[in-house]
Design a protein around this ligand. Sequence first.
Ligand code: K2U
Ligand code: ZN
Length: 171
Amino acid sequence: MIRPILIHPDPRLKKPCEAVGEITADLRQLAADMLETMYDAPGIGLAAPQVGVMKRLIVMDCIKDGPPEPIILFNPKVIWASEDLSIYEEGCLSIPDQYADVKRPAEVTVRWTDETGAAQERQFAGIWATCVQHEIDHLDGKLFIDYLGPLKRQMITRKMEKLKRERARQG
Ligand code: K2U
Ligand code: ZN
C-alpha cells in the first residue's frame, strides 16, 4: 500500500535508524510498500524513515526509460568511495520542490543484505551513486539540506514549515 511520506522538519527524519535483524515477511511487505510509494511520488529512491519506520532499509530504482530495476537494500553500508566527486542537483521527497547542488563521491561500493537474506555488494556510479548515498544519509538522520549553508537550509526549512501549516489547514 502507498504510505504517507513525512515532510521536513520532523524529528523522525533526524534520528539514526536501527539495524535490521532477520528479514521477516513484514519487512518484505514494508519494502514492497516503499517501492509502491516511491513509484507513485514519483521518485528514484526512498528510505524507511521517510515513511516513519526507523529501520535501516532503502529502496531504489534509478532507471528513467526502460524496464524498472527496483532494488531493496537492508543495512546498506558504503565500503569504498572514489576520490573523484560529482555534483548533482538533488531533491528529496521529504522536502518537496526544493533543489540544490550537492557534491558527493562519484562512485561508491555498497554492501547490504537483500530481501532473500543474501549478502550483496555492488559498485554504483552516476545517478545510482548519488541516490544510494542520499538514501543511506536518510538512515543516519542526514538530509541533503545539511550540506548547504545555514541561511539556505533555514530558508528551505521555513518554506516547509509554511507548507505543513497550509496542508494542516486543508485537512
Ligand atoms: O530520498 C528521497 O527523497 C528520494 C530522492 C532520491 C534522490 C535525491 C537526489 C538525487 C537522486 C535521488 C528524490 O526525491 S527522487 C526524485 C528525484 C529524481 C531525480 C533526480 C532528483 C530527484
Ligand atoms: Zn530524500
